[in-house]
Write a protein that binds this ligand. Structure first.
Ligand code: 48F
Length: 259
């Protein structure tokens, strides 16, 4: 068969626009493809929700690829090991009792693959630049190519609608920050504002990440590091159990509401 460049282009365009059109109205839109966003997406898709994840970078995985200081191993504690094994990621017991490690590349690729195969659509290279709010509830996202964002070209975005949104953007808690910027003091945090991330304290941070996984604005849930940035809590460094458990909790909370 003679390969034809136009047939190649047509195949890509048809496939992508079918995928994008199907994501214009969602049950759940996840912003950020780090560990918590990927795990949330897996459990939401498995639970029957129509879910898509938008990631600014070309690759999903966020801060998981680099382990700690680019040593590409992640550490998890006992209560998250079962979850990682359920996701088909192999863990190895450390010499330090109660600590386990996993290869960070295996973790990213396996969790992402499980989520996509469960039905989550991924849009990489797309950034959320704003939110749609109707009657004091988040109802969608304003999206644009990351390359437009990076070049600063003046190009208007497009919008998608979603019943729920997860802010899984990590330390910068970007979605909640967009709401705070336009309507200061309306977040469901103790002060109504972003409480902010505190100094490194792994034990407390891991516990609080899961505890802080909740609705931060009507329709908007936070997961992963964004939880402590929104509700106030320390950072934990390269231990990932809290991220994974937070992703699962965000999915469970939303599935309860959509059931
Ligand atoms: O930071 P990130 O990995 O999020 P996470 O799930 O995990 C945090 C850990 O990696 C680590 C840690 C715990 O051990 O402290 O930092 O909370 O991934 C966040 C992803 O969101 C993307 C960003 O590129 C990254 O891949 N992102 C951030 N803002 C936007 C976005 C945006 N506005 N639009 C699209 N993607």
């Amino acid at each position: 068969m003679q390969l034809d460049e136009i047939a190649i282009s047509r195949t890509i365009i048809e496939g992508f626009f079918r995928k994008l059109s199907s994501a214009l109205e969602l049950d759940v839109a996840i912003v950020g493809g780090g560990p918590s966003g990927l795990v949330a997406g897996y459990f939401l898709a498995k639970g029957g929700a129509k879910v898509a994840l938008f990631e600014r970078k070309l690759s999903v995985g966020g801060g998981m690829w680099g382990g700690g200081m680019l040593f590409n191993e992640i550490v998890i504690q006992e209560d998250a090991r079962e979850l990682l094994e359920e996701l088909d990621v192999r863990t190895v017991a450390s010499e330090a009792p109660g600590y386990y490690r996993a290869d960070s590349v295996e973790a990213v690729t396996t969790i992402a693959s499980k989520a996509v195969k469960a039905g989550m659509k991924v849009f990489n290279g797309i950034s959320i630049e704003d939110v749609v709010v109707r009657e004091d509830r988040i109802s969608g996202l304003v999206i644009n190519w990351s390359s437009i964002e990076m070049t600063g070209l003046h190009v208007d975005p497009l919008s998608i609608r979603s019943r729920f949104v997860i802010d899984a953007t990590g330390h910068d808690t970007e979605v909640a920050a967009m709401i705070e910027k336009k309507t200061p003091g309306r977040l469901l945090t103790p002060s109504g504002h972003l409480e902010g991330e505190k100094f490194m304290a792994p034990e407390e941070a891991e516990r609080m990440t899961v505890q802080n996984t909740r609705e931060a604005y009507p329709g908007l849930f936070v997961s992963g590091m964004a939880c402590n940035a929104a509700f106030g809590g320390p950072r934990m460094g390269p231990i990932f159990g809290g991220m994974l458990l937070s992703g699962r909790k965000a999915a469970d909370l939303i599935l309860q509401k959509t059931a």
